[in-house]
Ligand binder design. Structure first.
Ligand SMILES: [Zn+2]
Length: 393
C-alpha cells in the first residue's frame, strides 16, 4: 500500500513521507542516475511507494525519468531515475589564496557554469565579496531553475554557526564575518553556509570522489599552506572550535623555520608552497600557483624527493593518529604525488606504525581540481537534501 494513502496519524505520516523523499533525493543526487529497483532495495520500501515518491520528486522538478537501467545481478531492466537537467541548483564559491571561483552547480554535482578571477594577495574581505557578487551574477545569468543555497569555501578556520573566518593565515584574515559579507552582496533569499577548504574537499571526495564508500578518509590540501579535512566513521571531524585537521601545524622540527602561526618548525614550513618553491628554484611569486608549476615541472627530481620524504614523515603522524583507509592528496600535493609518489609512500611506511601504515591507500583527488568547489556545493545543497518539500514548496 502506498504510504500516502495508508490510514494513520497524519502528522507522523507526513514526517515519514518527507523523510523518504529526502532519502530518495539524496540517493539520486549522489548517484546522478539510478533505478527504481535500486532505490527499492536501498530504501527497503515497496515498489509502489518508490514509484509514488519518484513522481513527487519529479513534480518538485528535482528528478526525472530516464532510460531503463540494468543493475548487476538484477533481472529485467528497471525504470531509471536521474537528477533533473536544469532544476534546482546552488552557487559554490571557492575563495583561494590568489583567485575566486564561482560555480553554478546542479544536483548530481554537475558544474553548469563557472567564472574565475584573480585576487590580490592579502585581499580586503569586502573587495573579495565584490568579486564574488560579480561572478555570482554572471554564473546565474542563464540559470533555468531555482537557486536553493550558497556554499562558500575559504582557506582558513571557520566558525560554522555564524560564518566567521577566525583565522585565514594566507589571506591575512582574522575574525572576518565573511558569510555576512557575501550575504550583503548577493541578494538572494537563500541559506549561505561557509566551510574550510580542506573540510569541503574531504566532503566532496567522500560523497562522489576517491573516498566513495570509504568511512575513514583524510583529504590533505596543499594551497599555499597545508590543511586536512577528516572524515571518521563516515562523519566530518571538526573539533571543539573547528581547528581539527590543522595538520600543517604539526610540530615537526623544533629547530625549524618560524611559521606564520607563531610557532617554529611546523610541518608546513617544510612542505608548504614557499618551501617547495625554494627547493626547486621557482620564483617567489609562483607560490600561489605552485600546483601549475609542479604540473609542468621537468627539473631535478632529487629536489622533489627531499620534499616527498618530509611529506611522508608528516603523513605518518596523521596516519598514526587517525588510521584512515584513504588519504587524498589535493592541491599542489597532487602533482607532487604524480612525480614522486613512491618516495612519499616509502617514507610513510618507514615512519608510521606498521599496521595503519600498510592499511592506508594514498591517492590524488578523483574530482581533480574541483574537489573544494564541489564540497562547497554539497554544503549548499544540504537544506534541500534534508527536506526537499520544505525548500521547494
Ligand atoms: Zn604553524
Amino acid at each position: 500500500m502506498d504510504i500516502r494513502t495508508r490510514p494513520g496519524t497524519g502528522t507522523n505520516q507526513e514526517a515519514v513521507r518527507r523523510h523518504n523523499l529526502a532519502t530518495m533525493l539524496r540517493s539520486v543526487h549522489q548517484a546522478g542516475r539510478t533505478s527504481r529497483a535500486q532505490l527499492t532495495s536501498a530504501m527497503a520500501l515497496n515498489r509502489s511507494t518508490i514509484a509514488g515518491l519518484a513522481t513527487e520528486l519529479e513534480e518538485l522538478g528535482v528528478v526525472r525519468h530516464s532510460d531503463p537501467v540494468t543493475s548487476p545481478g538484477a533481472g529485467r531492466p528497471s525504470a531509471g531515475v536521474e537528477v533533473a537537467g536544469e532544476g534546482a541548483h546552488v552557487l559554490a564559491i571557492d575563495v583561494g589564496v590568489d583567485r575566486v571561483v564561482v560555480g553554478r552547480v546542479g544536483l548530481g554535482g554537475r558544474v553548469l557554469a563557472r567564472e574565475r578571477r584573480r585576487i590580490p594577495s592579502s585581499p580586503d574581505p569586502r573587495q573579495v565579496g565584490d568579486v564574488v557578487a560579480e561572478l555570482a551574477t554572471a554564473t546565474e545569468a542563464c540559470a533555468g531553475g531555482p537557486l536553493v543555497g550558497i556554499g562558500v569555501s575559504v582557506p582558513g578556520v571557520v566558525r560554522r554557526d555564524d560564518g566567521v573566518v577566525q583565522f585565514a593565515p594566507n589571506l591575512d584574515w582574522h575574525d572576518v564575518a565573511f558569510e555576512q559579507v557575501v550575504a550583503d552582496r548577493i541578494r538572494h533569499d537563500v541559506p549561505i553556509a561557509l566551510g574550510n577548504d580542506a573540510d569541503l574537499g574531504a566532503l566532496a571526495e567522500h560523497v562522489r570522489g576517491a573516498g566513495l564508500g570509504v568511512d575513514h578518509l583524510v583529504f590533505v590540501s596543499g594551497d599555499v599552506g597545508v590543511g586536512a579535512g577528516v572524515i571518521t566513521a563516515g562523519a566530518p571531524l571538526s573539533g571543539a572550535g573547528g581547528f581539527a585537521g590543522e595538520v600543517g601545524h604539526i610540530a615537526y622540527d623544533p629547530e625549524g623555520l618560524r611559521c606564520h602561526c607563531g610557532n617554529r618548525g611546523c610541518w608546513e614550513t617544510e612542505i608548504g608552497a614557499p618551501a617547495i618553491a625554494r627547493a626547486i628554484g621557482a620564483p617567489a611569486d609562483s607560490v600561489a600557483t605552485l600546483g601549475a608549476v609542479l604540473e609542468d615541472y621537468t627539473g631535478d627530481l632529487e629536489a622533489l624527493r627531499v620534499i616527498a620524504r618530509h611529506v611522508g614523515r608528516g603523513l605518518a603522524t596523521v596516519v598514526n593518529m587517525l588510521n584512515p583507509q584513504v588519504v587524498v592528496l589535493g592541491g599542489f600535493l597532487a602533482p607532487l604525488h604524480r612525480h614522486v609518489g613512491p618516495d612519499i609512500v616509502r617514507t610513510l611506511h618507514d615512519s608510521a606504525m606498521q599496521a595503519p601504515g600498510r592499511m592506508v591507500h594514498l591517492c590524488t583527488p578523483a574530482l581533480g581540481a574541483d574537489s573544494v568547489l564541489l564540497g562547497a556545493a554539497e554544503l549548499a545543497f544540504e537544506p534541500l537534501l534534508a527536506d526537499p518539500v520544505g525548500v521547494l514548496s
